[in-house]
Design a protein around this ligand. Structure first.
Ligand code: ZN
Length: 279
């Protein structure tokens, strides 16, 4: 059964650990997340990014993931990651996603508030959680999410409080210096800003750009309200690198390659899932 995102996040927030939201691009990725979650007996989030949906429709994703989780005991939510089109957010809700991220972070504050509030009203009426974003998370080298080298705009703690109060979102993605993609240089992660945001908003916070973030910063973030951490880039880059190595000496059947790749993805997912448990 697909779990409700909010139940997973509230438990994590109250007990100071974070749940990994792993970006999935196929049946294999979703299966990899489910297998590791079961192995470690740890809740997880299967996330599909709006920009990686060229190969699957919302209803197909929902059908695959619900079949996948039918006999699973650990709670796993199905989440739509980074979607700036309100119509697509509604389509995902309609298909059975239990959580959606409406990303209006590129918009002026008032417009972001208005759109997010509208999404929250619709989503909550059918029990779906909403994540929103305030501030702008930068993109680093080899980013899979946008232009290279954009600068970070840190989230303003007072604006965050106002945003949460006015929209009623369930969790908030904050910009504290992590980047989408690989870091270009030394990351400047501002735990002091995060601490202030957490004190002001009091809801689970979300860290985007988990790949490559130093472990002590991950732990520090979890201690200051981060309850959901997104991992995307490394699942893809590590799997591609390992695939290249494997194909140098092997000439496998495609079905064998798919299984191999599932194992590479599981290695990345397991490493992060253990780190986020914070124990
Ligand atoms: Zn993101």
């Amino acid at each position: 059964m697909i779990a409700r995102m909010q139940d997973i996040l509230n438990h994590a927030y109250e007990n100071r650990y974070a749940v990994g939201a792993f970006n999935c691009y196929s049946y294999e990725t979703a299966k990899a997340v489910a297998r590791v979650a079961e192995k470690l007996n740890t809740p997880a989030i299967i996330a599909f990014g709006a920009k990686y949906l060229d190969n699957m429709e919302f209803n197909e994703i929902h059908a695959v993931v619900s079949a996948l989780l039918e006999n699973h005991d650990v709670p796993i939510a199905l989440h739509l990651d980074h979607c700036s089109k309100v119509e697509d957010v509604y389509r995902a809700i309609n298909a059975g996603f239990t959580s959606v991220m409406y990303d209006g972070s590129h918009l002026p504050f008032e417009e972001n508030v208005a759109n997010t509030k509208r999404v929250v009203e619709v989503a909550h009426s059918v029990g779906v959680s909403v994540e929103a974003e305030l501030g702008s998370i930068a993109t680093g080298l080899d980013s899979h999410e946008g232009e290279v080298g954009a600068l970070t705009k840190y989230t303003d703690p007072d604006k965050a409080r106002e945003f949460v109060e006015r929209t009623g979102v369930d969790c908030l993605a904050v910009s504290i210096g992590t980047v989408h993609g690989h870091y270009k240089g030394e990351p400047n992660i501002r735990l002091d800003i995060l601490k202030e945001i957490n004190e002001k908003v009091g809801i689970p916070l979300v860290l985007h750009g988990g790949s490559g973030t130093p472990e002590d910063k991950i732990r520090g973030s979890i201690d200051n309200g981060i309850a959901k951490i997104n991992v995307n880039t490394e699942i893809s880059s590590y799997t591609i690198e390992k695939t290249r190595e494997f194909l140098k000496d092997n000439n496998p059947h495609l079905s064998v390659l798919y299984l191999r790749q599932q194992e590479y993805m599981m290695e990345v997912i397991e490493r992060y899932m253990k780190l986020f448990k914070n124990d």
